[in-house]
Design a binder for this molecule. Structure first.
Ligand code: PMP
Length: 277
């Protein structure tokens, strides 16, 4: 496994951050997760743009240029030598004596890890997964990919305890997204998904999948789904860097559609597989 701190690759055992790092103490930082296909980072520019945006929204100076990141990521992938890898980038506001307000002179802490990616088994993909709904307890800026993931952590644990794959977050009766994914549904031939905005993370995968859907001439409605509409959907699927396009066949013990990934989900998953092959 590859570790990188503040511009340098370091041995994994030495890859530590001081206890007064604001990422550790306040969750004062942002991150990205990127995966490779055939050894190449997928949609790297989109992820780096989102990292810059998340940092800017927190008034966090982004310490490196995209060209620097690209060079380090390429070097790290090569060094790691995994068939497929997941690349984790994190920037925090740095190390300073504990005080909520920004420190005057801290330098951001920048961390990268590269680890092996274990793809979801094919039969999980073909069968689809179960999900449960969980109240969306997150703050009002879910568009910022911050390291404050406590509500996502609790929701995901709730799903795990229930023996299902994903927690679908519901805010005031409206579906926002998953704990680690975006949620899309198909109703009357139309793909429905929550609009971009402060209630969801603008998923890179969501964006690419909506482009694929437009090419296929599937109508798209960016609006919030109510919980009853989610249960009554013909198809539900998740998108995300690690889940790709993944059919949901059961939510809260209610069967979705025919209980197998639907036609539009299957078509988009096939297009995704073709694009990344
Ligand atoms: N929403 C949340 C809350 C997530 O953590 C993720 C995974 N990063 C996504 C959506 C999907 O985003 P992406 O397609 O960019 O991985």
């Amino acid at each position: 496994d590859i570790a990188f701190i503040n511009g340098r690759f370091v041995p994994w055992e030495d890859a530590t951050v001081p206890i007064e790092d604001r990422g550790f103490q306040f969750g004062d930082g942002v991150y990205e997760v990127i995966r490779t296909y055939r050894g190449m980072p997928f949609e790297l520019d989109a992820h780096l743009r989102r990292l810059d945006r998340s940092a800017a929204e927190l008034q966090l100076p982004s310490p490196y240029r995209h060209a620097d990141w690209r060079a380090w990521i390429d070097a790290g992938i090569e060094q790691a030598g995994y068939p497929e890898a997941k690349i984790y980038l994190q920037i925090t506001r740095g190390v300073a004596p504990r005080d909520h307000a920004f420190p005057a002179d801290a330098r951001p802490t920048t961390v990268m890890t590269i680890r092996e990616l274990h793809p979801l088994p094919d039969d999980t993909r073909s069968r689809g997964v179960k999900a449960k709904t969980v109240e969306d307890l997150r703050w009002g800026r879910c568009d910022i990919k911050s390291v404050n993931l406590l509500p996502n952590v609790l929701a995901r644990q709730d799903a795990k305890r229930a023996g299902v794959f994903e927690a679908i977050l519901v805010k005031d009766g409206w579906v926002t997204e998953g704990s680690v994914s975006n949620v899309l549904a198909v109703r009357q031939g139309r793909i429905v998904t929550a609009p971009e905005g402060p209630r969801i993370l603008s998923g890179v995968t969501r964006h690419v999948v909506l482009e694929l859907a437009r090419k296929e001439a599937f109508p798209i409605e960016e609006r919030y789904l109510s919980l009853p509409d989610l249960y009554a959907a013909d198809e539900v699927f998740l998108t995300g860097t690690t889940v790709e396009v993944l059919g949901v066949i059961d939510i809260d013990g209610r069967q979705i559609g025919a209980g197998v990934p639907g036609a539009i989900t299957t078509r988009l998953a096939a297009q995704w597989a073709a694009m990344t092959a």
